[in-house]
Write a protein that binds this ligand. Structure first.
Ligand code: FE2
Length: 427
C-alpha cells in the first residue's frame, strides 16, 4: 500500500502527465497510470509538478523585524547594517525563534522546502546562533535549514569575530561565511577570504560568502575566492553570494572571472529583489541595476541561483517568501526574456540551488525524496508569469500545505454569460 498518489502531474519537458506513488518518504513509483492502492490520493489536474523551491540565500535572524525600532529611511545597504546593529543588542532567543518559525510557515506554504540562512555571529552571546540551531531542529521534518556563520561586521574589522565564528561552528553551524568588501582595507578583505576558506577546508565545511556586494567596479574578491577554491581543492563547495560589483566591472575582467568560476565550479547566488533596490544608490542617472551577470553565467554553464535574501527586515520592507517572485524579478532585471532563458531561471530556484546546497535525494525521479509542489500552471514560464498558486506542497509523501485554486467569476456580459475560470485557463 502506497502512502500517497499524486495523479495527473505535468512534469516540465514531458508530453504526457504521470502519476507519482510515494512510500516511506520516497518516490516509489512513477508511471502514466498507477493502479496500486494508496492511503491518500490527490489530483494535480494536469498542472505542473516540480521538486520544491530552494532559497539558497536568506537572513532568518533579521526577518520580520521591519520598523523595529525604526525604519530604514534612506533604504540603503549601509543604513540597513547600522539599523541591524541597533537591533542586535536587544535580540532574544524566543523572539528570533518566533519570527523564524513564522517565516518558515510562509515559505512552506509557498513551496520552499530548503533554505540556506546566514546567521550573524557578531553578538558575544551568539543569541541568533542558539535560536536558529533550535529552529533548524524544530523545522527539520518540514524544511531543510542550512546555517552559514556570517561575520556581518567583518571578520577582521570586528575583533571578536574570529573567536565567535569558531564558537558558532563548534556549536554546529554548517557553513563558513564572510564579507570581504566590508573589511577596512582591500587587503584585509583578501586575507579574510583566505583565512575563512582555510577554516572551512580544515573543518570539511562549505563556504558561502557575501562577496563584492558593492557598486565599486574594482571590488573583485571573487578572484581570491576562486583561487582559494582551486588551492584547497574545494571545487563545487564554494559559493559567491551577490557578486554585484560584476555588474559594473570592466567586461574583460568579468569575462576572465566568469571563466575561472566555471573552471573551479564556484557557485553564484544573485538576490534580485534586494540588489535592484540597494545598488546604484550613489548614482544619479543612469542608475545601475547592480545585479550580477546571471545571463552570462547561464550561458557559460556556471551554477547560478536567484535567492530571496530578506523579507521585511532592515534591508527590505517587502516580500512574503515567494521564490516565484524572486525568479520574476530576476528575469526582468537580467532581461532573461528569451524562451529558454525564462525556462532556465526556473532552474535557478529549484535544481541549481539544490546543487549549491548539496541536497540529497532532490528531484522527481524514483528513489528521490517525495517532496514536490503542485502549481496552478502548465509550465515553468507560466508559473513565473502568474507567480502561480501553490495547490499542494508535499514533504516526504505527506501533504503539508493546500491552497484552493484561484478561480474568478465573471458576469460582465450578463447573467447568461456568467462563467468561472482560473487565470491559467485563459487562452
Ligand atoms: Fe545577504
Amino acid at each position: 500500500m502506497l502512502d500517497l498518489i499524486v495523479r495527473n502531474a505535468r512534469v516540465s519537458g514531458e508530453k504526457d502527465t504521470v502519476d507519482f506513488g510515494c512510500q516511506d518518504g520516497r518516490i516509489a513509483e512513477r508511471a502514466q497510470r498507477l493502479d496500486a492502492p494508496a492511503r491518500e490520493e490527490i489530483d494535480a489536474g494536469g498542472n505542473l509538478v516540480t521538486a520544491p523551491f530552494v532559497d539558497s540565500h536568506f537572513h532568518m535572524d533579521s526577518t520580520l523585524t521591519y520598523g523595529k525600532p525604526r525604519y530604514n529611511e534612506s533604504g540603503t545597504l549601509y543604513e540597513g547594517i547600522s539599523l541591524w546593529g541597533e537591533i542586535k543588542p536587544g535580540l532574544d532567543v524566543e523572539d528570533i525563534e518566533r519570527r523564524a518559525l513564522l517565516l518558515c510557515r510562509w515559505a512552506i506554504a509557498k513551496g520552499s522546502l530548503a533554505i540556506r540562512s546566514h546567521v550573524d555571529i557578531g553578538d558575544p552571546a551568539l543569541t541568533a546562533v542558539h535560536a536558529l540551531l533550535e529552529v533548524r531542529k524544530k523545522v527539520s521534518p518540514w524544511l531543510d535549514l542550512q546555517l552559514v556563520a556570517f561575520p556581518q561586521d567583518g571578520y577582521f574589522r570586528d575583533p571578536n569575530a574570529p573567536a565567535l565564528l569558531a564558537e558558532a561552528l563548534d556549536l554546529g553551524v554548517d557553513i563558513v561565511g564572510g564579507i570581504p568588501h566590508f573589511e577596512r582595507t582591500y587587503d584585509d578583505g583578501r586575507r579574510s577570504v583566505e583565512t575563512l576558506c582555510r577554516i572551512a577546508a580544515d573543518r570539511g565545511l562549505m563556504v558561502d560568502m557575501h562577496c563584492d556586494e558593492s557598486d565599486d567596479p574594482t571590488s573583485h574578491h571573487i578572484e581570491t575566492l576562486i583561487s582559494m577554491t582551486a588551492e584547497l581543492g574545494m571545487q563545487g563547495r564554494v559559493t559567491g553570494s551577490h557578486l554585484t560589483s560584476m555588474h559594473s566591472m570592466d567586461n574583460t575582467l568579468a569575462d576572465k572571472l566568469l571563466g575561472l568560476m566555471r573552471e573551479t565550479e564556484v557557485n553564484a547566488i544573485a538576490c534580485p529583489l534586494i540588489n535592484i533596490t540597494l545598488q546604484g544608490r550613489k548614482d544619479t542617472y543612469p542608475k545601475r541595476r547592480g545585479l550580477t551577470r546571471i545571463k552570462e553565467m547561464m550561458q557559460r554553464g556556471i551554477n547560478y541561483s536567484v535567492a530571496h535574501d530578506c523579507v521585511m527586515d532592515p534591508w527590505y520592507a517587502g516580500g512574503s517568501h515567494d521564490m516565484l517572485e524572486v525568479a520574476h524579478m530576476g528575469l526582468h532585471v537580467a532581461q532573461m526574456t528569451g524562451v529558454h532563458e525564462t525556462a532556465d531561471i526556473f532552474n535557478a530556484i529549484t535544481v541549481n540551488p539544490a546543487r549549491t546546497l548539496k541536497l540529497e535525494g532532490y528531484g522527481l525521479d524514483v528513489g528521490c525524496n517525495a517532496d514536490m509542489v503542485v502549481l496552478q500552471a502548465k509550465d515553468p514560464t507560466e508559473a513565473i508569469r502568474l507567480r502561480a498558486n501553490r495547490l499542494f506542497v508535499i514533504r516526504r509523501g505527506s501533504v503539508v500545505s493546500r491552497t484552493a485554486p484561484v478561480v474568478s467569476e465573471v458576469s460582465f456580459l450578463g447573467e447568461d454569460a456568467l462563467t468561472s475560470f482560473s487565470v491559467s485557463e485563459l487562452p
